[in-house]
Design a protein around this ligand. Structure first.
Ligand code: SF4
Length: 346
């Protein structure tokens, strides 16, 4: 493994990506960017990152911001617990570390939402600690480099790879080394499709490249199929405002706001009796069409209706908030699962 260090650092010096969070070694910047980058592409993160830091430029601001505003800043990135954990960790850093980031990998690991990869990234990039930051990119590079067919979803395999990478993180350049692996995985040793071995600094020593077996690695067992949930979504409009409700505090999209919905894909003829049964005073119903949203374990297959209400009876509206379009856009966090319907009314 040691022999990858020099070629990798040499390649990184010439080819590193210019990213907004790489302008300094501020641990807050590195942390926020790494959490946003989990499950989200770099290009998509850039705008969120800029907005987030403009509103919350320092860790104290993150610790103090109201949860509703925090979730609004996060809206569209998904996996909202990441935002909640960011805030919890910021509060702990304020209370237990006087507002300064702990520098040690083990201490970082104790903070909510910070796993081994993120702790490694912060400790090595911001504080020059000799620790690895191993994510899917690195498992892919490693298993291709050694043509290693171990199942990388297994904890013991991951630990072994992390330990081996950890042993060769170079003194004096741990941050560059880890970022070089991140960049190589993002731009050369690509995840879906053929890697660009002709441009890779490791090509001469890479076993998968020599054997032409790059696409056989990494080995992962087949994923379980996602559960499909059919839902009928109602945009209930009254005098230019819409009825929204808050989701339960636990579970999928916890605490976010949504348009009311009903299980199943209901045809128009079943909508009227259903809504009347809820106590709605109906005027007109428009179809908004089908939509799909994919979560990690579930897919929502949706059918949407825009329902204009003639009146709003207290017993019907009781569980909802009546929000205008400005509030829907700027105050309440509505998950991107509903964007295709939101777009139709904005
Ligand atoms: S030579 Fe090809 S397969 Fe091997 S690490 Fe480089 S890009 Fe990946």
């Amino acid at each position: 493994m040691k022999e990858i260090v020099d070629p990798l650092l040499g390649w990184y010096a010439k080819n590193k990506r210019e990213l907004p969070w790489r302008g300094d070694r501020n641990p807050y910047h590195i942390w926020v960017s790494e959490i946003m980058l989990q499950q989200t592409r770099v290009e998509a993160v850039k705008g969120y990152y800029a907005r987030f830091l403009e509103r919350l430029p320092a860790i104290e601001d993150l610790a103090a911001v109201a949860e509703g505003e925090l979730l609004k800043l996060w809206q569209g990135l998904g996996y909202y617990n990441r935002a909640r954990n960011l805030q919890k960790a910021a509060q702990i850093i304020g209370q237990e570390y006087g507002g300064s980031f702990p520098e040690e990998y083990e201490l970082l690991l104790k903070l909510p939402g910070i796993g081994e990869y993120t702790a490694g990234a912060i400790a090595s990039i911001a504080f020059q600690k000799r620790v690895p930051a191993v994510d899917g990119n690195v498992y892919r590079i490693y298993t291709r480099f050694f043509a290693d067919g171990s199942d990388i979803t297994q904890g013991k395999v991951r630990r072994r790879i992390r330990d081996e990478i950890g042993d060769v993180v170079p003194e004096g350049h741990p941050g560059e080394f880890n970022q070089a692996l991140m960049d190589l995985g993002a731009s050369i040793c690509l995840p879906n499709g053929a890697p660009l071995c002709g441009e890779c600094p490791l090509a001469g020593r890479c076993l998968a490249c020599r054997g032409g077996t790059m696409l056989s690695f990494p080995v992962k067992p087949e994923k379980k199929a996602r559960k499909i949930e059919d839902r009928t979504v109602f945009l209930l409009e009254y005098e230019g405002k819409y009825l929204i409700q808050q989701r339960p505090k636990k579970g999928l999209l916890a605490g976010l706001w949504e348009f009311p919905s009903e299980e199943g894909k209901l045809p128009l003829e079943k909508i009227k009796p259903l809504l009347k049964g809820w106590g709605a005073d109906l005027d007109e119903i428009e179809m908004l069409g089908s939509g799909k949203h994919v979560f990690s374990h579930v897919e929502w297959h949706m059918l949407g209706y825009l329902v204009h209400l003639r009146g709003l009876k207290e017993e019907f509206a009781g569980g909802f908030v009546l929000a205008d379009l400005d509030e829907i856009q700027n105050k309440y966090s509505i998950p991107s699962a509903f964007s295709m319907y939101l777009e139709k009314i904005l």
